[in-house]
Structure formats: structure tokens, C-alpha cells
Design a protein around this ligand. Structure first.
Ligand SMILES: C[S@@+](CC[C@H](N)C(=O)[O-])C[C@H]1O[C@@H](n2cnc3c(N)ncnc32)[C@H](O)[C@@H]1O
Length: 226
């Protein structure tokens, strides 16, 4: 059975993926600090040991797979793009906590065989490529072979145009991996929506305005002038 640690667990999308792929697994620990995410996580997956704030973890239990979908806040086009330089103290620089924990696992001869990263597409843009390459070089030094690709949820029968970078790292220099091929989109947005939704979940006018304001994307997208 695959023993798994979900860092930056959120609501446990990675765990859900393992369930849906019918991969026999046990999540031995998670790291998450958001009380609402933790509540949802527990509802979806049951009680799971939560080690809390990643910066305070001294050592992780032994596992075969670590997932680390670290905060994209400072990488995403929708944010201020402060980046994730090591020591920069940005939310996204929490990635380097994973480096610290991997270094500890190495000392204890407990490096996981697999690592799975997920983040926004912008992580492989010109602006952040050097940080991303630095991360990959570190993983290579530890003996990981890294496979990454931009995947779009609409290519996997989810009616949403959402591009994300996934990277699978395998600690085996002969490892080979290819990402799954796209499948046809048969679902529509209306298939995913609930019929009855309490008004308290509606977006406020202010939020709707923000989401519709195409200039509000760090200047990358501008409203067409007519
Ligand atoms: C991109 S989200 C991960 C989403 C997740 N893959 C899911 O399935 O919902 C990043 C997560 O990191 C968490 N996080 C932020 N700072 C953290 C910290 N210091 N320690 C642990 N988790 C943290 C956030 O609360 C957030 O849920």
C-alpha cells in the first residue's frame, strides 16, 4: 500500500485523485493550517493526522509519496507576482520548506520514492523559470527524475478551462513516465452545478466586478477598446 503525505493539503484533491484512480493508499499525515479547508478535508476524507504549519514540522513520518501543491499566491497572474525566491518570505516561497524536509528525510534515509507537485501555469513562464529550474536541480541532486507538463482540466472531462503544471518526480534514474492523453469533454458546466443554492453563497457585486474586470490581471489582459 502506498503511504502518502499531503503537504499544503487544502481539501485533499490529491487524495481524491488517488481514490478515483483506485490506487491503494493510506494518508499517514497532512500539513494544512486553514481551518475551513481542514473542516472540508475531514468531511471528505475522515480524520487524518494534521502536522499543521509546515514551517514548524521537524521531521515527516516515512512515506512513499509526498504531494505538495504549494501556495500559488505569488506566482499566479491574478496576484502581485512577488515570486518564490528562497528566503523571500512570500507565501509561495513555502516551497523551500519542502526542500528543508527533504534534506531531513535524506539524512534519515527516508526520502520518498515519489513526489507530486501542482501549481499554476505561470511557474514555467520566463519570469519564474529560473526559480523552477533551481527547484528541479535540487531534486535531481537528490536522485529524482522529474516529469512535468501543463495539463488543462477541460482535456480530462472537467468543463473548466484551467491550466496547471503537474510534476511527478521519481527517485529512480531509469524511471520513465508519460502524462495521460486527453479525453473528450462530455460534461457541461450545468452538470456540475447544484440546482438549489442558498443566497449566502452568491458572489457579492464587488467580487463579480473584480472577476469581470479584465484589466485587473496585472496588466496582462486588457479590455478591448471599442
Ligand atoms: C494551492 S492550496 C492547495 C490546494 C490543495 N491541493 C487542495 O486539494 O485543496 C495551498 C494550501 O496551502 C496551505 N498553507 C498555506 N500556508 C501553509 C503553511 N504554513 N503550512 C501548511 N499549509 C499551508 C493553504 O491553506 C492552502 O490550503
Amino acid at each position: 500500500m502506498l503511504k502518502v503525505i499531503e503537504l499544503f493539503a487544502g481539501v485533499g484533491a490529491q487524495r481524491q485523485g488517488l481514490k478515483e484512480a483506485n490506487i491503494d493508499h493510506e494518508v499517514v499525515a497532512i500539513s494544512e493550517i486553514d481551518k475551513y479547508a481542514i473542516k472540508v478535508y475531514e468531511k471528505l476524507h475522515g480524520n487524518t493526522p494534521n502536522l499543521g504549519d509546515i514551517t514548524k514540522i521537524e521531521r515527516l513520518p516515512k512515506a512513499d509519496l509526498w504531494t505538495y501543491s504549494f501556495p500559488c499566491t505569488d506566482i499566479s497572474l491574478s496576484g502581485k507576482m512577488l515570486g518564490f525566491d528562497k528566503g523571500s518570505n512570500t507565501q509561495s516561497s513555502l516551497l523551500w520548506e519542502v526542500q528543508r524536509l527533504l534534506e531531513i528525510a535524506k539524512i534519515n534515509n527516508e526520502l520518498p520514492k515519489y513526489l507530486l507537485m501542482e501549481n499554476v501555469k505561470n511557474i514555467v513562464s520566463k519570469r519564474f523559470k529560473s526559480n523552477f529550474k533551481e527547484w528541479i536541480s535540487f531534486l535531481e541532486e537528490l536522485g529524482y527524475k522529474n516529469f512535468y507538463q501543463i495539463l488543462n482540466s477541460k482535456d480530462f472531462n472537467i468543463p473548466q478551462n484551467r491550466q496547471r503544471v503537474f510534476m511527478l518526480s521519481i527517485r529512480d534514474d531509469k524511471a520513465e513516465y508519460s502524462f495521460p492523453s486527453p479525453i473528450p469533454l462530455s460534461l457541461k458546466l450545468k452538470d456540475m452545478l447544484e440546482d438549489e443554492v442558498d443566497k449566502k453563497y452568491y458572489l457579492s457585486e464587488k467580487m463579480l466586478q473584480f472577476l469581470n474586470d479584465e484589466t485587473n490581471r496585472n496588466g496582462f489582459i486588457r479590455k478591448k477598446t471599442v
